[in-house]
Design a protein around this ligand. Structure first.
Ligand code: C5P
Length: 307
């Protein structure tokens, strides 16, 4: 096959089925024990041969791309530069077209998905054949969530979240994804976590109960074991999110679980059964509450088009 002119790669949003946060490290990061899951909301990144770096972002309906940098500070271009540098390439550049299907600053790692997709798109465009281990290492330098965006599926994350290992998962779930109009800053939520120092935090202990529930395929047990240590700090910063738990429970029934996605502000309601998930989605539509219905787990980065 002749060298491609452009390559499109898709990467999924992530949620944390478990986000256990330990005491802040000397480098300012927090040690984590987290269970990541890739859900069916996607970013597509198209890399096209070019002499200089440039990037353009478009977004699906309901997603505001304002605030996404359109210059070299964008994480997708930083990913491309890191890949070129890893291979000692100078003068390599590309135009990146990002099609966003993941809310911005939502706690769903949309930027990390862009970085992971850009790494793989440029690896293919330039014919580099970078090893998986090297891609994971480059990804880890770009952000704590970027290695998981390469992997997808369901995985355990340790370190600051960048050390990922796939987990056995036999429980499929449907997630109602309820975005917020206003983003939430991840560093701010972690700082609030430090201020609150919640005594009931799971910390970075291994989430054995959830890991066993995933392997057994008992979706109800998975839902019962969901946990996020950033809930209290995020809700302390954003009282509207705490209020929305009550609103969602009022609409969907007291049996639901409302999980904060990562550092928020997106909130998630899991269903083991698609019909019940569809009914719940219809109730949110009637109430005028924006949402998506996403399957999980889904695959990590994959090529969707070569030109
Ligand atoms: O690694 P990433 O760029 O996603 O991290 C963004 C910010 O989130 C960090 O600068 C830090 O403030 C916070 N963070 C943290 N501990 C982690 C991951 C992120 O404190 N394990």
């Amino acid at each position: 096959m002749s060298a491609p002119v452009s390559v499109t790669v898709r990467a999924a949003a992530k949620i944390n089925l478990h986000l256990g946060v330990g005491a802040v490290r000397d480098d300012g990061f927090h040690p984590l024990a987290t269970v990541y899951q890739a859900i069916g909301l996607y970013e597509d990144v198209t890399a096209t041969r070019a002499d200089t770096w440039s990037i353009h972002t478009i977004a699906d309906a309901g997603i505001d791309p304002d605030g996404v940098p359109d210059d070299e500070t964008n994480i997708a271009i930083r990913a491309g530069r890191a890949l070129a540098e890893h291979h000692g390439l100078t003068g390599h550049a590309a135009h990146l077209e990002v099609h966003k299907g993941i809310p911005v600053a939502g706690g769903l790692a949309g930027g990390s998905a862009d970085a992971a997709a850009a790494l793989v798109a440029l690896d293919r465009l330039w014919g580099l054949e970078t090893s998986d281990d090297d891609l994971l290492a480059i990804a880890a330098d770009l952000g704590s969530d970027v290695p998981f965006a390469l992997l997808g599926g369901t995985a355990i994350g340790t370190g600051r979240g960048e050390l990922v290992e796939p987990l056995e998962n036999n429980a499929d779930l449907w997630w109602l994804v309820v975005p917020s109009d206003i983003g939430l800053s991840t560093p701010q939520v972690y700082r609030k976590y430090d201020d609150l120092a919640p005594a009931d935090a799971a910390g970075d202990a291994h989430p054995a109960e959830l890991v066993a529930a995933l392997a057994s395929g008992d979706a109800g047990a998975v839902i019962g074991a969901l946990r996020n240590d950033l809930t209290a700090p995020a809700y302390a910063l954003r009282h509207d999110l705490a209020a929305r738990v009550g609103e969602l429970t009022g609409l969907l029934g007291s049996g639901i679980r409302v999980l904060l996605s990562g550092s928020g502000p997106t909130q998630l309601v899991p269903y083991a059964d698609l019909e019940r998930a569809r009914l719940a989605a219809a109730r949110l539509t009637e109430a005028g509450i924006a949402h998506w219905l996403a399957p999980a787990p889904v695959a990590g980065v994959h090529v969707v088009h070569y030109d």
